[in-house]
Design a protein around this ligand. Structure first.
Ligand code: UT7
Length: 330
């Protein structure tokens, strides 16, 4: 059985408000708030890269779990904005943390990356390939933005979230059911056209292009289907969910999902107003904030769900049993 035993997150200190966009673009604070739910986002400092954010979040998750970096067997880092094309950002994080006994690799499913990585972590622990893993979502989306495109630049922000996942013999449910999906036919819906092997960055600007309206509709439909699939595979009804931790892309997508599930707002984690869409970091940052705000209790049943470029999507049900696991370690 795999369980989460600690969470952590980090956001760069620079806060960028909607009014800063309105000062140079044909947009307004009110449009952005009403159409997306975003009030502000964090922007990494020029010297900050994805690994720096990840190291800060991971350090907090290790502290919360009561473990040192050398006790970790592996690092799974979900990102679409790595420091370098290679080596992986996970390897840079491994060295900085001093996680001397850990393997390390990146996983790219863009905004669904953390949910994908959690599913991989569950499988690795259940197959006994690892006993203790750090799962991180970290992004510096601001480096991929066309700051003159009002349809995209107002949406994204930078941040990192991390969890420690451990093998447990005392947990009852832990990471329960995960379902992952992808449909690459829609790769153009959200993409960065350069920077990889298809085109060099000199021909085409390496900035996000997105068909906002189509993405919105597909996200609403896919998230609902995915959540229902996980609930039915787990044999539980929406009313048994204690906390929904959705990807923070647009408040209207989250509201549509919560309303379909009949979940009141106190059972839904929303922090989009402060961070915008931080891609793979969004779910673990929201989870960490919920844990630290006391919204997660021992035995809470938590549903993670995300949709992103690829297109990819997925959901996972877990039961919070951190204290049970930590007691059994002592
Ligand atoms: O993380 C991956 C998943 N990503 C998402 O799920 C993002 C999904 N998409 C969205 O969140 C929304 O589609 C947007 C927020 C991007 C756009 O909202 P919308 O309500 O779908 O607007 P729209 O694209 O239908 O555009 C409506 C109008 C357009 O003007 P016209 O053509 O009607 O004159 C846009 O040009 O709003 C305009 N518009 C803006 N106006 C002011 C688009 N962006 C802005 C803006 N400020 N920032």
């Amino acid at each position: 059985m795999a369980v989460i035993t600690g969470t952590g997150s980090y956001a760069p200190s620079r806060v960028m408000t909607n009014d800063e966009f309105a000062a140079y673009l044909d947009t307004s604070d009110i449009w952005i708030r009403e159409r997306t739910g975003i009030r502000e986002r964090r922007i990494a400092a020029p010297e900050e890269a994805t690994s720096d954010l990840a190291v800060s979040a991971a350090g907090k998750a290790l502290d919360a779990a009561g473990l040192s970096a050398s006790e970790i067997d592996g690092i799974l880092l979900a990102t679409a904005t790595p420091d370098l094309l290679f080596p992986s950002t996970a390897c840079l994080v491994q060295a900085r943390l001093g996680a001397d006994n850990a393997f390390a690799f990146d996983l790219n499913a863009v905004c669904s990356g953390f949910v994908y990585a959690m599913s991989v972590a569950k499988s690795m622990i259940e197959s006994k390939a690892a006993r203790r893993l750090l799962v991180i979502g970290s992004e510096v989306m601001s480096r991929t933005l066309d700051w003159s495109d009002r349809g995209t630049c107002i949406l994204f922000g930078d941040g990192a979230g991390a969890v420690v996942v451990e093998a447990s013999t005392t947990a009852v449910r832990g990471l329960e059911t995960f379902r992952l999906r992808a449909d690459g036919r829609y790769w153009e819906m959200i993409h960065v056209p350069a920077g990889g092997s298809r085109r060099s960055g000199t021909e085409v600007a390496p900035y996000i292009r997105m068909k906002g309206g189509e993405t919105f509709k597909m996200a609403v439909r896919s998230l609902q289907e995915s959540v229902m699939e996980v609930l039915s595979a787990s044999g539980i009804s929406p009313g048994e969910i204690d906390l929904l931790v959705p990807h923070q892309a647009n408040i209207r997508i989250i509201d549509a999902l919560a309303s379909r599930l009949g979940l009141p707002s106190d059972k839904v984690v929303v922090n989009i107003e402060h961070y915008g869409n931080t891609s793979a970091a969004s779910v673990p940052v929201a989870l960490d904030e919920a844990v630290r705000a006391g919204r997660v209790k021992e035995g809470s049943r938590i549903l993670l769900t995300a949709f992103g470029a690829g297109v990819t999507w997925g959901s996972g049900l877990l039961t919070w049993e951190a204290e049970t696991q930590k007691r059994s370690r002592a």
